[in-house]
Design a protein around this ligand. Structure first.
Ligand SMILES: NC(=O)c1ccc[n+]([C@@H]2O[C@H](COP(=O)([O-])OP(=O)(O)OC[C@H]3O[C@@H](n4cnc5c(N)ncnc54)[C@H](O)[C@@H]3O)[C@@H](O)[C@H]2O)c1
Ligand SMILES: [Zn+2]
Ligand SMILES: [Zn+2]
Length: 365
């Protein structure tokens, strides 16, 4: 099959022939309909996160099951699926407690090995082992994924578009609902209006937040945030943006979401909190970063700082529900897509994401 391979920061991305082995027990072969280009792919391409290389990029995707491995009971050929970059093992203590986004196999096996849930890879390039990205690797014509990472969804949903549910939407809406548990009437700030931030905005709208202040460096991004549910918009960053939020909400905010993940944006989220406020770190920095906060204020003002990995979702429960919200018009995804491009344009798509110009781009194999 054709796939997008990343070998290192000093080597141009290549779209090349990659061999994909048949699914093993409890794995399925999926024909990819679309892969979303997320900043978490860009972090890898910029060398900000270390991975085993070469790797086939992509962790947001959707497609159709074409073959099932031995023992697969929940899926059959023809099923429409959204790919989940956590494929819950079902056995670890976090899975058993229902906090599947914290699955130990995803954290301790899939991440470090670049394999599927058993730690081995189905990908190779002329005899050389290649690695999966988060057990998905959707920048490709096909993917072999764990059964629990291919989430069956309704057939009438637009299959390419709902790729976004697999990362941006699950992450952003999940951060609001599961991690922060934003209550109706709360005040919310969202820093960064990319695919993840706009999903936070939409999640906050669905949660009934009374004010949703969207911040981005780009006017077009905050304009879209206003269309998708933000009540106020600020173009800017750092102290200037903080002053602008304080002018709108002098007592500080109840929830501040960092949907970018730089030291400065995390600190801004903390600075904006009012009494009892919660900062939610959704955007992810390069490895080795650190941010600072004033512990005295944190205690006196009874505030919290939370990390949110994959929106704290249970993939098999949340992903079909999120697709239902797309179909009922409550979640708007088409507005979040700035382009549909062939796989061959993956490098250009990542470049465009890096400039901030692109929103979600779908790679269509
Ligand atoms: N926690 C998770 O599970 C999870 C899942 C997916 C993505 N992520 C992370 O979320 C982050 C966002 O991903 P994305 O795909 O939405 O990215 P994106 O590049 O589409 O969006 C980032 C947005 O931030 C804006 N921006 C950049 N610097 C800014 C600044 N200093 N102030 C204000 N706005 C600024 C850009 O204009 C852009 O609109 C990334 O770090 C990604 O790795 C985390
Ligand atoms: Zn992502
Ligand atoms: Zn588990």
């Amino acid at each position: 099959m054709k796939a997008v391979v990343f070998r290192g920061t000093d080597v141009p991305l290549e779209v090349t022939e990659v061999q994909l082995a048949a699914p093993r027990p409890h794995e399925v072969l999926v024909k990819i309909a679309a892969a979303g280009v997320c900043h978490s792919d860009l972090h890898v391409v910029k060398g900000e996160w270390s991975r085993r290389l070469p790797t086939v990029l992509g962790h947001e995707g959707s497609g159709t099951v074409v073959e099932v491995g031995p023992g697969v009971t929940s899926l059959q050929p023809g099923d429409h699926v959204v790919l989940s970059w956590v494929a819950p093992c079902g056995e670890c203590r976090h899975c058993k407690a229902g906090v599947e986004a914290r699955c130990e196999v995803a954290a301790n096996v899939v991440g470090p090995t670049g394999g599927l849930n058993d730690g081995t890879s189905r990908l190779s390039i002329d005899g050389e082992t290649a690695y999966h990205y988060l057990a998905v690797s959707s920048y490709a014509e096909y993917a072999v994924v764990p059964e629990s990472g291919a989430i069956k969804v309704r057939d009438d949903a637009p299959l390419d578009l709902i790729a976004l549910v697999g990362c941006a939407v699950a992450t952003g809406v999940g951060a609001v609902r599961n991690t922060a548990q934003v209550e109706a009437g709360s005040t919310v700030v969202v820093i960064g209006c990319g695919g993840v931030g706009l999903s936070v905005v939409q999640g906050a709208r669905l949660a009934g937040a009374s004010r949703i202040v969207a911040i981005d460096l780009r006017q077009d991004k905050v304009d879209l945030a206003l269309e998708l549910g933000a009540t106020d918009a600020i173009v800017g960053a750092g102290a200037g943006a903080e002053d602008a939020v304080r002018a709108l909400l002098p007592d500080g905010v109840d929830y501040a979401f960092d949907a970018i993940g730089r030291t400065t944006t995390t600190e801004t989220a903390i600075h904006l909190l009012g009494l009892g406020g919660t900062a939610v770190v959704v955007g992810i920095p390069p490895e080795g970063s650190s941010a600072s906060f004033d512990p005295l204020l944190l205690v006196e003002l009874d505030q919290r700082i939370l990390g949110s990995n994959y929106g704290g979702i249970r993939p098999a429960v949340d992903i079909p529900q999120l697709v239902d919200l797309v179909m009922s018009g409550d979640l708007r995804l088409e507005e979040m897509v700035s382009a549909r491009r062939p796989l061959a344009e993956a490098a250009a798509a990542l470049d465009e994401l890096a400039t901030g110009a692109a929103l979600r781009q779908l790679l269509i194999p």
